[in-house]
Write a protein that binds this ligand. Structure first.
Ligand code: IVH
Length: 741
């Protein structure tokens, strides 16, 4: 399946309440073709059965990845959504609920290697709330169940939801006798030896009930997590993605000695089997656990009702970046233990407790500093250095600040963003992260701005080379004018030169090229130096093979890989030069148009100054605009740049690119639009093939369009084309037309 042009995939919002989710599905499903994207309320019985089977399988796999292997593959937010969708479909078709329904399951399959312990009292999971309305509903449900009116007092505890893994510790006559993970809720793994290695887990407790099972969360602090990852790196082992994975991986070691070396800690927040009650109220019971020597959470608070619960949630959310450990929400529990007993449990969750989760993609943290990075084209890019915070399962310590206007609170058109709030060093900021998108600063808490925080002065000189940094009219970006004298630009250009799509030399990535740039002897200061490396190394005193990380084989492989790349197609060379506005598709365009380096070079050199016939020729190429052409001709007109390019070209054997033969092409000169999903090729492939046959590919339908190729899911473009009387064909007909069928 290739690309879609109509947005029908449901996008989650921050609030995952079932009803809201269902209505979102409804809104966005217009063109849905896949069962998994259909609103649960609109599924047929057959579709619902298929969906429930798919969700059971996906959730089973997700549980196995998360609990069994400690290596989650999908995000927590995606997991929640799958579960919510499953529940919504089960509510719609109760009789289709499967024996292996995910809503009846906690945790995942047990890992092999540990013996098993059956829990006397099941270890349960918690239902979720995502917004204040859900908290009101939680309170209302409880009151209804207990027959309490709105006026009756009903208090709750609120405490951080620790993002680790749960553990049950069994004490008999005050002595720790066994410890088990949650497992599937009924049977857990016997991790007694490992639990005994956790520094703040008491081995013995005084004046305790004869039988006491203490339950809580094993976690790793941010500081210990960072140190562990540094240690992992130093021995070439893989990093842990976040503290939760590190804690889980460390506790579930078959060799307890390894656990001992890992800095784990434990928070107590619940209990299992007991020979006598601990207290009459949740808060008192937890305080008793504290007196027995367990670490209990200082942010646990008694609250009179939903309003106070949500206020404490906000307080904890703000305290989150300074806690030094990960939390992913706030847990509310009915305080009166008698009422807890009356309320009891649903199949996997207590009626008397709920987890109010933080939005998965958002977190507040401190902005410690704003640093300026200089890119290949001289762009000064501000980066926010943050106190590390886990957002959506990934530790975030940097966020992009784009440019100086963005820092000021303005977008590219001068309109306000973040309500016009600027961003300063020392600020308390909300960080946003979705999918693979680079984290951004979504909001600033002005109430928490230190008095000493000054508005950020964007530099007007390059922090790397001291050259003037200027902003051209209409450009949001300030750029260093240093060119080849700016070390940052030079290094970034070299990194680009060896990147994929450019020279892509095996064994010569960004890291190596940067090291060679700084190496006094290897001195790779420009691309041509890569190709003279072998001969210069032969003459040098300290050979590359004697440097850290290199040996005879890797050096000889590298030199072979470099030599192999001397023969290279023209388009790659043009792209590799890293000229501003000349990306991969522009490079392809020039290569196809000029075919040889000699023709391309002559055309570009002749086009300066930009007003003669050569300039007009360059501008007449379909797809070449003035900005791109000017950037290219100016680069070739700078003698130092041009000398460097010429030195490179002298090292290469540039392959000419065939001018596509358009003789007899049925689509030469035609304007073609692709829409809907393509099944036999990607959009990029379809576009390249059409262009090679002399067609112009456009993204939108207009009166100039000659042909619309519409795959399944084609939306408004197909309607518009039909209205304009434009010929519409499907993908197969297109392939027949161009002779590729
Ligand atoms: S109470 C019967 N309190 O969250 C309910 N759980 O998503 C017992 N968790 O399985 C759990 N912090 O592993 C409770 N303060 C806290 C918690 C907490 C983290 C975990 C626990 C539970 C899971 C449910």
């Amino acid at each position: 399946m290739a690309e879609f042009d109509s947005l029908y995939v449901w996008t989650p919002c921050c609030s995952h309440n079932i009803n809201k989710v269902v209505s979102n599905w409804g809104q966005s499903v217009k063109n849905a073709t896949k069962v998994e994207e259909i609103d649960p309320q609109k599924l047929s019985r057959e579709q619902a059965a298929v969906e429930l089977a798919r969700l059971a399988a996906e959730l089973l796999q997700a549980n196995a990845d998360y609990h069994g292997k400690d290596k989650p593959v999908i995000t927590d937010a995606k997991y929640d959504l799958l579960k919510i969708r499953n529940t919504a479909i089960e509510a719609q078709f109760p009789d289709l609920k499967r024996e292996d329904s995910p809503s009846e399951q906690i945790g995942g399959p047990l890992a092999e290697g540990f013996s098993k312990i059956r829990h006397d009292v099941r270890m349960l999971s918690l239902g979720n709330a995502f917004d204040p309305d859900d908290v009101d509903e939680f309170d209302a449900r409880i009151r209804k169940y207990l027959g309490l009116s709105e006026a009756d007092p009903l208090s709750y505890t609120a405490e951080p939801k620790i993002d680790g893994l749960s553990l049950s510790l069994r004490y008999e006559h005050g002595k720790l006798v066994s410890a088990a993970t949650r497992g599937d809720g009924e049977v857990g793994e016997n991790v007694t030896a490992n639990a005994k290695m956790i520094a703040n887990v008491p081995q013995t407790i005084a004046d305790a009930p004869e039988l006491l099972e203490v339950r809580g969360e094993v976690y790793m602090s941010h500081e210990d997590f960072a140190a562990l990852n540094r240690a992992q790196e130093s021995v070439g082992a893989k990093n842990f993605a976040n503290p939760r994975n590190a804690a889980a991986g460390s506790l579930r070691q078959l060799d307890a000695k390894i656990t001992k070396a890992r800095p784990l800690a434990f928070f107590a927040y619940a209990w299992g089997a007991l020979s006598e009650p601990l207290a009459k109220a949740q808060l008192d019971a937890i305080e008793r656990l504290g007196k027995f020597g367990f670490q209990i959470n200082p942010l646990t608070k008694l609250c009179a009702g939903p309003k106070e619960l949500v206020a404490h949630y906000k307080h904890i959310e703000m305290a989150r970046p300074d806690l030094g450990y990960d939390i992913d929400g706030v847990v509310y529990k009915v305080n009166d233990l008698d009422l807890q007993r009356r309320l009891g449990f649903r199949s996997t969750t207590p009626r008397w407790a709920i987890a109010h989760k933080f939005a998965a993609e958002l977190a507040w943290t401190h902005l410690e500093a704003i640093e300026i990075q200089v890119g290949r084209t001289g762009a000064l890019s501000p980066v926010a250095r943050l106190s590390p915070v886990t957002v959506g399962g990934v530790v975030v310590s940097n966020a992009t600040l784009h440019n100086e206007d963005y820092i000021k609170g303005l977008d590219s058109k001068g309109a306000e963003i973040r309500g016009g709030k600027d961003v300063r060093e020392g600020d308390f900021v909300q960080v946003y992260r979705a999918g693979d998108v680079i984290p951004k600063v979504a909001d600033v808490d002005l109430a928490k701005r230190p008095e000493s925080a000054l508005s950020f002065e964007f530099p007007v000189t390059c922090p790397e080379c001291g050259s003037a940094a200027i902003r051209e009219e209409g450009d949001a970006v300030r750029r260093c004018t240093g060119g080849v004298i700016c070390p940052a630009q030079v290094v970034e250009k070299l990194k680009h030169f060896v990147s994929r799509g450019a020279f892509d030399i095996d064994g010569l990535g960004a890291k190596q090229v940067e090291a060679f740039y700084h190496d006094d002897q290897l001195k790779v200061l420009e691309p041509a130096d890569i190709f003279t490396l072998k001969s210069r190394d032969a003459e040098g005193l300290t050979k590359l093979k004697n440097r850290d990380g290199w040996g005879d084989t890797s050096v000889s492989n590298l030199f072979d890989a470099i030599d192999e790349r001397r023969k290279i197609p023209l388009n790659r060379v043009i792209f590799a030069l890293g000229i501003r506005h000349v990306g991969e598709s522009a490079a392809n365009l020039f290569a196809r148009h000029f075919s040889t380096w000699e023709d391309f070079n002559k055309a570009v050199r002749d086009a300066e100054p930009q007003d003669g016939p050569a300039w007009d020729d360059l501008m007449s190429i379909d797809g070449v605009g003035a900005v791109m052409a000017a950037s290219l001709t100016q680069t070739f007109a700078q003698e130092r740049e041009y000398a460097s390019i010429s030195r490179l070209v002298a090292e290469l054997d540039i392959q000419s690119v065939e001018r596509p033969s358009q003789d007899g092409s049925p689509v030469a000169g035609k304007t073609v639009v692709f829409t809907g999903s393509l099944e036999k090729m990607t959009r990029a492939e379809a576009k390249a093939r059409a262009e090679s046959l002399g067609a112009k590919v456009s993204g939108s339908v207009s009166a100039k369009t000659n042909l619309l190729v519409a795959g399944p899911g084609a939306g408004s473009k197909a309607t518009k084309a039909a209205a304009l009387g434009i010929e519409v064909i499907d993908e197969d007909a297109w392939l027949v037309l161009i002779g590729d069928a």
